[in-house]
Design a protein around this ligand. Structure first.
Ligand code: SAM
Length: 282
C-alpha cells in the first residue's frame, strides 16, 4: 500500500511526500498533531495538516531564525521564544554561552512532549538549565512585560487557529514594550508567492512598520513550505541588520552552521522586486 502526505498550497496545487508510516495522531484543545516517518524527509510532524518540522530541512529554518539576530547583537542575554514547541530554535540559541535565559512560551504542551518523544533532533536542548518552559498563550504572556528581553522570536504557525493573535497590532505593540533598548523582534513572516500567504505577509509588515523604528524582511529557502520561498521579519528599536552586522565578532565564535553564514546574512535582505513592491504597498 502506498501512503502519501498531501498539503494543498492552493485549490489547484499540492505538495506530496511518500510516507513510510503514520506514527501518531492526536487532537488537542488547540490543533491536530500528526507524526509521520518518510523516505526523503525522515520524521516530520504536521499541525492541522500543515508541515511544521522535518528532519531534512529544519536546519535552514532554525539557522535563519536564530543566527541573524545573534550576529547583529552578540550581547543578547535574555530571550523569549513564542511558539517553537519543537525546540529547534531553542537548540540553536543554547549554542551561545552568553545567553543567560530563554523563556519558551508554547500554547500546546503536547507539541513539546511529542517532539521530545519523536523528534530529538530539534527537542534535544529543551532540558538546558537556562530554558524555562511556559505552557500558555504567548499573547497573554507578553501583555504585562516591560523592558525584559533583548530578543523575541515568534516561531509561530500561520495566522489561523491559535497563531492568529500573534500577527496582530496589539501583539506587536506588546513585543515592542517587552524589548530592551537594543531589542530585536524576529517573526515568522509568511511567503510572498501564493496569494493567501502573500496577503498575510503584507498585513504583518504594515503593522510592524507602524510600531518599530527599524523594520526589515529577509528571505530563506525552505523546500517543504509552500513555494519554498519564505520570509522572517527583523524589527528593532535601534539596530539595523546590515549596518550593525557584527560579522567578525560572530565568526570569532566559531559556530558551525549548515545554512547560515555571513554572506547569506547580507544577501538574505536583498529581496526580489515583486516582494519589495508588495511590502511597500500602502
Ligand atoms: N516552524 C514552524 C512553521 O512555521 O511551520 C512553526 C514551528 S512551531 C511548531 C509553531 C508553534 O506555535 C506550535 O507548536 C503552536 O502550538 C504554537 N503556537 C501557536 N499559537 C500560539 C500562541 N498563541 N502562543 C504560544 N504558542 C503558539
Amino acid at each position: 500500500m502506498k501512503l502519501w502526505f498531501d498539503e494543498l498550497y492552493t485549490e489547484n496545487t499540492k505538495f506530496s511526500i511518500k510516507v513510510d508510516e503514520h506514527i501518531y495522531t492526536e487532537r488537542t484543545p488547540f490543533q491536530r498533531i500528526d507524526f509521520f516517518k518518510s523516505y526523503d524527509y525522515g520524521m516530520f510532524f504536521t499541525l492541522d495538516g500543515y508541515m511544521m518540522v522535518n528532519e531534512k530541512d529544519e536546519f535552514i529554518y532554525h539557522d535563519m531564525i536564530t543566527h541573524v539576530p545573534m550576529a547583529v547583537n552578540p550581547d543578547i542575554k535574555r530571550v523569549l521564544v513564542i511558539g517553537g514547541g519543537d525546540g529547534g530554535t531553542v537548540r540553536e540559541l543554547t549554542r551561545y554561552e552568553t545567553i543567560e535565559s530563554i523563556d519558551l512560551v508554547e500554547i500546546d504542551e503536547r507539541v513539546v512532549r511529542l517532539c521530545q518523544k519523536y523528534l530529538p533532533i530539534t527537542s534535544s536542548k529543551l532540558e538546558d538549565e537556562r530554558v524555562k518552559m511556559h505552557f500558555e498563550d504567548g499573547i497573554r504572556f507578553i501583555s504585562d512585560k516591560e523592558n525584559v528581553y533583548d530578543l523575541i522570536i515568534v516561531d509561530s504557525t500561520d495566522p489561523i487557529g491559535p497563531g492568529e493573535g500573534l500577527f496582530t497590532l496589539d501583539f506587536y505593540k506588546n513585543c515592542h514594550k517587552a524589548l530592551s533598548e537594543n531589542g530585536i523582534l524576529i517573526n515568522q513572516h509568511e511567503s510572498p508567492y501564493y496569494e493567501r500567504d502573500a496577503k498575510e505577509m503584507k498585513r504583518a509588515h504594515k503593522k510592524l512598520r507602524e510600531i518599530f523604528e527599524i523594520c526589515k524582511v529577509y528571505q530563506y529557502h525552505m523546500p517543504t513550505y509552500a513555494s519554498g520561498h519564505w520570509l522572517f521579519g527583523f524589527a528593532s528599536k535601534s539596530l539595523d541588520p546590515i549596518k550593525d552586522h557584527k560579522k567578525d565578532q560572530w565568526e570569532a565564535l566559531g559556530l558551525k552552521t549548515k545554512y547560515y553564514n555571513s554572506n547569506i546574512h547580507k544577501g538574505a535582505f536583498a529581496l526580489p522586486t515583486y516582494v519589495i513592491e508588495m511590502l511597500n504597498e500602502k
